[in-house]
Design a protein around this ligand. Structure first.
Ligand SMILES: [Zn+2]
Length: 320
């Protein structure tokens, strides 16, 4: 637990995920708000309650929950606060809190179709059955206050909402107009590059979002916000946004360069590329590694460096 200033404290909660601990923030203002809520495990709940008590509060003191995005390591404990009647978040968080069944079916169909056309063999499709497993770590509820770019946080007029899609299609960050501090969720972290993740379009008839392109433009957007320091969802608090953002962008361009080199040899599917880029990880983490590969392909296509053709139901990418 860290008291950052009179109005904001950081609480750190363990998760069972590879990412390690998650940070949540307690905001004092016209209301007492919790920004993000860790995972739903006994260990997380205990760690949170101990730190809340150290700060001099009880669970019933929390009046509002604000969420940066819908991932389970950020929404776990939302049911623990009986007086928090409002959940404030991007509208796309709601599908995950309510466990909207038709959305999940659409989600699974989308990935099956995407992966089949990307050349993923049937024996690897088992991951589709596991898509819902992380939900056991997620809290249930519904978004009562939808917020979007340019809004201010209810009860905390100095915090402005910045849309930062890429890592998630529900991702928002919050900037303090007075001192430039930035609650960044998983948009920008000091120790690892945040991964843009493929998600289906919210409306089935729309084209899928391209999270790598969103992530890049939302990183660039951060350079113009006058961010003084970042309060992240994971890892250390940091202030070198002006140097970190160009580094992250450059690293991504280098990764895309490797994909382009492979495509200069011969046209390939996303799955063929994924196997070569992530030879050790692709079987165990097919969703993450395919997200990364397709992200790089979206970037190369957007830069007019590659094109694609359909042959026998498969999508092939070509250099040039
Ligand atoms: Zn996270």
């Amino acid at each position: 637990m860290k008291i950052l200033d009179q109005k904001i404290s950081q609480l750190t909660i363990p998760t069972p995920f590879a990412v390690g601990d998650t940070h949540v923030y307690l905001l004092k203002g016209d209301m007492l708000s919790l920004v993000d809520a860790g995972v739903k495990t006994k260990e997380a709940r205990e760690a949170f309650m101990i730190q809340l008590k150290e700060l001099g509060y009880k669970p019933t003191d929390i009046e509002q929950i604000i969420l940066t995005h819908h991932h389970p390591d950020h929404i776990g404990l939302i049911e623990e606060f009986p007086r928090a009647r409002s959940i404030v978040a991007h509208e796309n968080v709601d599908l995950w809190l309510t466990r909207n069944e038709s959305f999940f079916q659409h989600y699974e169909c989308f990935f099956r179709e995407l992966f089949v056309t990307s050349g993923v063999p049937e024996q690897f499709m088992g991951f589709l059955d596991k898509l819902r497993v992380p939900l056991r770590y997620a809290g249930k509820g519904h978004v009562t206050n939808v917020i979007s770019e340019g809004d201010v946080l209810p009860g905390h007029q100095e915090w402005k909402v910045i849309e930062t899609k890429g890592h998630a299609q529900s991702h928002l960050s919050f900037i303090n107009k007075n001192d430039g501090s930035f609650i960044g969720g998983d948009h920008i972290l000091s120790h690892i590059s945040s991964n843009p993740l493929i998600e289906p379009p919210i409306n089935e008839e729309e084209a899928r979002p391209k999270p790598m392109l969103q992530y890049r433009s939302n990183l660039q957007k951060c350079l113009d916000l006058g961010i003084s320091k970042v309060y992240p969802g994971h890892g250390d608090i940091f202030s070198n946004v002006e140097t970190l953002v160009p580094l992250r962008l450059e690293k991504q361009e280098q990764r895309a360069g490797k994909v382009l080199t492979l495509l200069k040899e011969y046209p390939q599917t996303a799955f063929q590329l994924c196997q070569q880029i992530f030879p050790r990880q692709y079987k165990k983490q097919l969703d993450l590694t395919m997200s990364e590969t397709i992200g790089q392909l979206d970037y190369l296509e957007d830069s007019n460096l590659i094109s694609k053709t359909y042959e026998g139901g498969l999508l092939y990418y070509h250099a040039g």
